[in-house]
Design a protein around this ligand. Structure first.
Ligand SMILES: [Zn+2]
Length: 421
């Protein structure tokens, strides 16, 4: 494959890719509403000559020990899997997640979160960065390769667009369990053109603190669960501090080098229904990052024990212990070796496209790469565009980074499938 020709093809296709990205972002694919965006993806891969499979997530997936705990029925919700090329030769899987996190803070955005807006080289909107921009970059790379070569694909290429990466991982797990695996996987997460090798374990917990409801004028004799939750919040802070104090003993230098890998995040707090009523219960939604050496069950047990210990001295909480329940993520940590051949191959492709060495790093978060590495015995890494404010206000992706990723991917793919050296 001629590099100059393929670079021209990427540049010529950029507008096509940005338009596709805008159409993906205009579909608000939050939990339970993924189908619209999935159909945009299905049409795009079909146009590129892929066979398209719509794969439902089995309702009993929660019985899989590697699954997250579903928060919603899987009725009418599905992964889209595109497959192309002969079943002989090398095989590769590209993975992107089509689900996006909600934009509850929509009124603080400069433009509505699901209305894609281009400004100063960036595309704004929920999901532009995490991670529809990466999906668009992958599609652009394939389109460019196809336009300069009819026979670059010497093996099986699978492009999976999954749901529920942001809460359970069950979309990728279901696709793998259904046999959609390959010799290696590349996830197109927003890594700022770096090579993301691994992540920590993550569990989600619902914590319920009971109070005693009453009219506000007798609140002094009632128990407000929002106020009663204080020792629980303190215990979670302390748990986080201890974990991060100890983590520098991690045998993997990439993890030991991280500043603050384990975040215990209070993501939601729900209590009450009326300013003049003392609520009966307060519910916290908490995300706990934990070391790779722990299983999900171990992490859940340790948080439960820390909360139990901290609430023992509180007369109300000792008599009404907070209830801790797992929900959503039960994600094990994962890591690709820093010098794995797959990482070297992506680094070579990046150097060839951009003339510089890409960073290789890990993060205090997770991606679906853990399933390929832990469950399916496949090397896997993430590589994708430069995004800003993912999961935040005014999320955006730098459009030039979408084409830059596509240029790297054209090198990576053509070498992987033997069409370039
Ligand atoms: Zn993501």
């Amino acid at each position: 494959v001629d590099r100059d020709a393929v670079d021209r093809a990427v540049a010529d296709g950029a507008e096509w890719a940005f338009d596709l990205l805008e159409r993906l972002v205009a579909q608000p694919s939050t939990l339970g509403r993924e189908a619209g965006a999935q159909e945009v993806f299905a049409a795009a891969v079909a146009d590129l000559g892929f066979d398209v499979i719509r794969l439902p997530i089995p309702d009993d997936i929660a019985t899989d020990p590697a699954a997250g705990l579903p928060r919603l029925s899987y009725d009418g919700r599905y992964d889209v899997i595109g497959e192309r090329g002969p079943r002989t030769g090398p095989s590769l899987l590209l993975n992107g997640h089509m689900d996006v996190v909600p934009a509850e803070d929509a009124d603080r955005w400069r433009d509505p979160p699901f209305t894609p807006v281009r400004r100063e080289g960036r595309l704004y909107g929920r999901g532009t960065g995490d991670m529809k921009g990466g999906i668009a970059a992958g599609l652009l790379a394939l389109r460019a390769l196809d336009s300069v070569s009819t026979d670059w694909l010497s093996g099986r290429l699978t492009f999976v667009s999954v749901i529920e990466e942001e809460c359970t991982g069950n979309g990728t797990l279901a696709a793998g369990r259904a046999g959609h695996t390959a010799d290696a996987a590349v996830l197109l997460e927003p890594t700022d053109l770096g090579i993301l090798l691994g992540g920590v374990g993550i569990v989600w917990l619902d914590i319920e603190v009971t109070g005693r409801a009453a009219h506000a004028h007798v609140a002094s004799t009632a128990v407000n669960p929002i106020l009663a939750a204080r020792p629980v919040l303190d215990a979670l802070r302390e748990f986080e501090r201890d974990l991060n104090d100890e983590h520098r003993r991690d045998p993997d230098p990439a993890f030991a080098a991280l500043d603050h890998p384990y975040t215990v995040n209070i993501g939601t707090l729900h209590a009450g229904d009326w300013p003049s009523s003392v609520p009966a219960v307060a519910r916290l939604g908490v995300r706990v990052g934990h070391p790779r050496s722990w299983t999900a069950d171990e992490a859940i047990a340790r948080v439960g024990a820390a909360i139990a210990k901290a609430t023992m001295d509180d007369p109300w909480l000792a008599a009404h212990p907070p209830v801790v329940r797992p929900s959503g993520f039960r994600a094990e940590g994962h890591a690709l070796m820093v010098d794995a051949p797959l990482a070297d191959a992506m680094a070579r492709a990046h150097r060839d496209a951009h003339g510089a060495e890409p960073d290789r790093f890990t993060l205090g978060s997770t991606t679906d790469a853990r399933y390929y590495l832990n469950q399916f015995g496949m090397p896997a890494l993430s590589y994708g565009p430069r995004a800003h404010d993912i999961h935040g206000t005014d999320e955006c992706v730098e459009l030039a980074s979408v084409t830059a990723v596509a240029r790297t991917l054209t090198r990576f793919l053509s070498v992987y499938f033997g069409a370039s050296r």
